[in-house]
Design a protein around this ligand. Structure first.
Ligand SMILES: [Zn+2]
Length: 321
């Protein structure tokens, strides 16, 4: 938030100037009644897991959306060959490049309040190693000194997020489940930071984890079946999902497909988007650098980690004031 010197209305300003100043102050210090804050690990996670949710609440009346991204995503695998030299083992410029990708994605989703945890470039993508089956990830053997997952960085990270939570005072915070969704050390750390910081800020009424329910995933994969896509279909348990019974809130985000697709395209170093004709008609899929097809689902689902269960299952705020 930008801080402004106090306006002295008796300071000899003309009436027109005073009105203009008052208008400017209102426009940069919004006080929406409902405030949503999301804590994500890398640029692209916000779009991949909660893009529809962000677009939906960004256009909702009297509602604000704040995105906190913990790293620049420096260790991501670069898909477009012409950008391959941005990678950490070459020019190591990927993090800076992804700042621009994230800005474009936020613009597509209608999100104007975005921050990097602790300031731009404070903590670095820890990288990951593949662990076991499918896309599951684990912590690499050696961590960069500024790695988000570094054990001794945790207290500063919780302080940094607490400062944002105290400023924004969101009723609802979204992050990942305790396993980070698929085990990436930065997603696990983002969860740990969010849980610890939320405990310190009484204004937060509910903390959610973004998840994919098994039925929603199966429905989406069935729609890709037979489609001519430049990706391979995942094996039966390759993509992470949770049992349907665990899902507390399922948001219909079907109205935001165009915005989500634009945001996915903005993350072109990380995500490839493709359309094909499946058995259910025209369908959209995306893939990360592993080339595994993932459906663009019309629902985004959440598990309640802390706070009162919501009244109804289609609004993260439920009965929140
Ligand atoms: Zn990530």
């Amino acid at each position: 938030m930008t801080r402004h010197p106090p306006v002295d209305e008796r300071g000899g300003r003309s009436g027109a100037t005073a009105v203009r100043v008052a208008h400017r102050l209102r426009s940069v210090t919004p006080s929406a009644r409902r405030r949503l804050l999301l804590v994500h690990a890398h640029p692209d996670d916000e779009t991949l897991t909660t893009g529809g949710t962000m677009a939906r609440y960004a256009t909702a009346p009297d509602t604000s959306v704040t995105l906190v991204t913990c790293t620049l995503g420096e260790e991501g695998e670069v898909i477009p060959p012409e950008l391959a030299l941005l990678a950490p083992d070459a020019a190591d410029q990927l993090g800076g490049y992804r700042i621009g990708e994230l800005a474009a994605a936020c613009a597509a989703l209608g999100v104007t309040d975005h921050r990097f945890l602790g300031g731009t470039g404070r903590w670095r993508d820890s990288g990951m190693v593949l662990a076991g089956h499918g896309v599951r990830a684990a912590t690499p053997g050696r961590l960069h000194p500024r790695a988000l997952a570094a054990p001794d960085a945790f207290a500063d990270q919780v302080d940094a997020l607490t400062a944002v939570l105290e400023e924004v005072a969101p009723q609802v915070v979204v992050t990942y489940a305790a396993d980070g969704g698929y085990g990436h050390p930065d997603h696990v750390r983002a969860h740990e930071i969010a849980v610890a910081a939320v405990r310190r800020v009484p204004e937060v009424e509910r903390l959610y984890a973004t998840v994919i329910g098994r039925s929603a995933l199966d429905t989406g994969l069935a729609e890709l079946d037979g489609a001519s896509l430049p990706f391979r279909m995942p094996e039966s348990d390759e993509l992470p999902s949770v049992p349907d019974a665990d899902v507390d809130v399922a948001l219909d985000v079907s109205a935001y497909r165009i915005a989500r697709q634009a945001a996915l395209r903005a993350h072109r170093t990380q995500v490839a988007l493709s359309e094909g004709s499946g058995r259910a008609g025209r369908t959209t899929a995306y893939a990360m650098s592993n080339g595994v097809a993932q459906p663009l689902l019309d629902v985004e689902e959440f598990v309640l980690l802390a706070g009162e269960p919501v009244d109804g299952s289609d609004d993260l705020f439920g009965g929140a004031a």
